[in-house]
Each structure stands twice: as C-alpha cells, then as structure tokens.
Ligand binder design. Sequence first.
Ligand code: ATP
Ligand code: MG
Length: 584
Amino acid sequence: MRNLNLKFLRSAEQSLLGGMALASLTAACIWLVLGPAPEIADYLIAVVLLFALFLASLIVMHLVGNSRREMEAALVSRASAELQAIQALRASEAQWKEVFEHNPVMYFMVDADGIVLSVNTFGAAQLGYRVDELRGQSVLKVFFEADRDAVRQSVEICLANIGQPHNWEIRKVRKDGSTLWVRENAKAVRRQDNRLIVLVACEDITERKEAENALRQSGNYLAEAQRLSRTGSFGWRLVTGEIIWSDETFRIFGYDKAPSVALDMVIQRIHPDDRAGAQQTIDQASSDGKDFDHEYRLLMPDGTVKYVHATAHAVTDASGSIEFVGAVTDVTARRQAEEKLQQAQAELAHVTRVTALGELAASIAHEVNQPLAAVVANAAAAQRWLNRDTPDLQEARSALLSIVDDGNRAGEVIQRVRGLVSKNTDPKVPLDTNEIVNEVIALLHRELFSHRISLRTELAPALGPVLGDRIQLQQVILNLIINGIEAMQPVTDRPRELVIRTQQEDTHQILVAVTDCGVGLATENANRVFDAFFSTKSGGMGMGLSICRSIVESHGGRLSACGNGGPGATFQFGLPMHLEDQTP
Ligand SMILES: Nc1ncnc2c1ncn2[C@@H]1O[C@H](COP(=O)(O)OP(=O)(O)OP(=O)(O)O)[C@@H](O)[C@H]1O
Ligand SMILES: [Mg+2]
C-alpha cells in the first residue's frame, strides 16, 4: 500500500513535468499557428516564457521530488519500525507461549459450555493426556463424577461475574484414574468476537492436601483413641493462663466445646469435697512449675460423680515460659470396678471367717463355757460363804469379784466372735499387734488342746503400733494358726509345737511369724500356696492364704512363706509401723 502510494507520487511528479512541458509546447504551437505573425521580439518573449515555464516546471518538479523523497523516507522508517514491532510481538508471543506451555501450572481455556479451547502441555501432561486429547472435549472429563456439579457451579459463578477472579479447591482425575488436588483460579473474559471464555490456572496442591488429610486422619485416630481410653489432653500456659482442651477433655468435664477454657470452669466442676485439694495442686504447680499428678472427683450437673486422674508434665519453651502438657483420664469405671472387687473380697473374707469360726465352734463354746462354769462355781461358793452362821463377807466379795471377771471374760470371747462374724470392717486405727495375737489365741485354746499342740508365744514387749483394721488382722493370724494346726495333724513322731513370734524391725515395721513343725512346704507348691483356690486339703477351699495376702497388702505389708531348717513351715508378715505424726 505504502509502495503503491510512493509509485503513484513518482508517476504524478513525472506526469506533472510532462504535462507542463506538453502544455507549454501546445500553447506555443497554438500561438504560432493561430496567432498573428510574430515579431522577432515576440519570438524572443515566447522563448523566454517557454524557458521560464520549463524552469518553473523543473523547480516544481524538484520540490515535488523532495517532498516525495521525504515522504518515502518517512514511510520506509515507519514500515521498518512496524516490522520491528511485529517481530518483537512475535518474539514475545513465542516467549509467552513457552511460558504458558511449560510453566509448572496447569492452564485451561474453556468456552461457556465448558469445552476445552486450549490447555498447556504441562497441564495436559500433569493429567496424563496429550494436548489434542483434551482440546475440544468437555472439561468435566478431568473431574470425578461426584465433583462435576461443583465444577459447573464454579464456572457459572465466573460467567456471571465477568473479569472477577474466583477460586476453589477440587480433585482432578488423571487419565490413569489417580487423583490430583488443585486450587483453581478462574476468570471469565469476553473475546473480541464477543464470545465468553473462562481462563483457569490450576495449582497442584496434592501434597498439601495429603498432608492435611494425614493430619486430619491422625487427629481423628487420636480423638478416637482418647475416646476409647477415656483420656483427654490439655495444655496450660502459665504466663497467659491460657488452657486448651481436647474434645475428650470437654466430654469428661461435661462442657460444650469452646475455643478457650477458664481455670474457673475446672474448679467449678470439681467435687466440693475435693476442691481444696485440687486448688492446692493447681497453686503448687503455678508457683513451682513442676510436674503434677492428682486424682479428684467431678460433680456433674446431673448429680453424678466422676473420678478423674490428671497428670501433667511441665515443658519450658524457647522464651523460658512454662507450659503444662497433660492428660485427664476418666477412671470412674475402674474405680467402680475396684470398689466392687473390694466389696467382693470383703464378702469372701467374711464368708471364710464365718466358715473358720464354724470349724472352731467347739473351741469357742469351750472358751465361753469355761468362764461360765467358773461363774457357776463362784456363785455357789459365794452362796456358801453367805449362808454360814457368821457370813464371811470377805470371801463372798472375792467370789463375786471372780464372777464379774469370768463374766467379762465370757463376754469378751463372745464379742470377739461377734466381731469376726460381723460383715463390717473397722476403720483403720493404731493397733497393738500383740493384743491382736492374744485375742485370736483366746479363741483357740481348746482347738490347740484337742489337737495336742503346744503353743509358744514369743511376743516382743512394747511393740510400736500399726495402723490397721482389727478384724482383718485377726483373720490373718487366725488363718495362719489354723493352717499350722492342720499342717501338724499328720505328725505323730514328734511333739506338735506352734510358735507365734512378734518383733519390731528397726523403726519401720512389725513382724509377725507363725511357725509350725508340720508337713512343710513342697518346693513345687511354695509359690502357689498364695494362689486363690490352691489347696492340698480334701475339704480345703484354698482361699485362706490368698485372703491373708490381700489383707496384708492392703495394710501396706507383705506376707511370705518359707520352709524351716527342720520340719514344718513359717508364715511371716510385716506391717509398716504407724508413726505418731501420721494421721489415721
Ligand atoms: N503351715 C503350712 N504348712 C504347710 N502347707 C501349708 C501351710 N499353710 C498352707 N499350706 C498349703 O497352702 C495351701 C493353701 O492354703 P490356704 O489356707 O490358702 O487354703 P486351705 O487351707 O487349703 O483351704 P482354706 O481356704 O479352707 O483355708 C494349703 O492347702 C496347703 O497345701
Ligand atoms: Mg487355710
């Protein structure tokens, strides 16, 4: 076009010159032919005019030529600038195409119906396709069936808000069926042909999503484990007083989940009887910042009581401030089971006590009979002293005193038997072990006598007290003595002797040992005698020693058995001594 203009200018310039020359010649010829015969001067004028005309033509032609060359030069430089711009545009386009194709981001260009107009090579490859496999296809092809409605909706949102970016996270499905998580950033634009298209840039977020899922899953596992173990976790930052609870902790304390927890909420839930103790633990932890371990009860709004065990570890962060990381376990079920077990054990102990007393019925009757017989004899004597002509009041008084003593003795035996038969267990009080031993022996004189057993007691004087349940400790000694008596039953070749010893071992414990010279302990049975239901006796239940051991252990002691140097066995238990400053 520009060349055409230039050519046109050049031919216009030539035509102008030719036209002017022709017009001059034509004018001269017309003048010569038609005009009056010219004078010589006229010729000269004509020649001069022609020459001037020619000169003027040349000048005009030169001027026109100049402006043509200038125009030509301007056009050439403009054309070359345009060429350069086109080349730069092409280079930039190629560059951007390169970026578009290989930028590690997936790009899609879809029309308003969701048909893929364009996809970059990287994006197609990321989905396992070639570009031509996706171009012209519905973009829904690369989405899971279940997600397609969401995609349609998102595209509609873009189309309804032209030029507004809209983004969402979604799964894409690769050609091989595997999943790719992407964050799609899309925008609808109107093209020159007035068609709407949607440009979509997709960032691969699979790794992040997988990490999030793994985190969520492990969080779910943790929550499930917390629920199953009834153990909640908590964090307590001392400086800020900020407390964080896990879901299970909220459940244990019976509060709705909340972003923050106040210490007051904890205190409020604690059973009024345990509040002071819990507050003390909290105050102590706040001041010394050391690990703590505490068990307390919660009083729930519906009046039920929960037992919880809280344990916390102090952690110091980089800034030096202390944070407690801990666990709260709902131990109600365990506590209830323990209580039931204790109840069952107490009932079993009671049954065995009653059984043992049943076996001792003859001895007990004898123990009661003896003082009663003495009462009768003394009453008769007192009568005699009073019936004398001169009543001997002195003797009568002494006989009556003996009656009172014997009556008390009989009463004590009955009281002991009633104690052992009773279902109740006494609270633990400081006790004299020798006294307990003697109380049991008082029931067994006849039993020992009828089995021809001599009893020797070596009771250390002035023993320190032990903290215990009188009836339970009586039962232990009673069981051990009965076992000793039974173990000596087959012995015929040596004297049957039972020795009961008590002694104080330094300031810490009181030892009680029952030694017999019976059949002794067979090596293979030595470890089994304390097992429940282990018995070598035809009518034995095998519960005696097992009950003894649990009673001794509940008193903080230990029961053991060993063979003697000679025949027989020794059963011995130690109980911690009760120190004055220990509250019962
Ligand atoms: N002094 C002892 N000498 C030898 N063996 C003993 C002695 N005391 C207990 N044993 C052994 O330990 C076993 C268990 O004793 P335990 O008192 O628990 O049950 P038991 O006496 O058999 O029956 P019961 O439940 O009626 O007391 C006895 O059967 C016996 O074999
Ligand atoms: Mg027994």
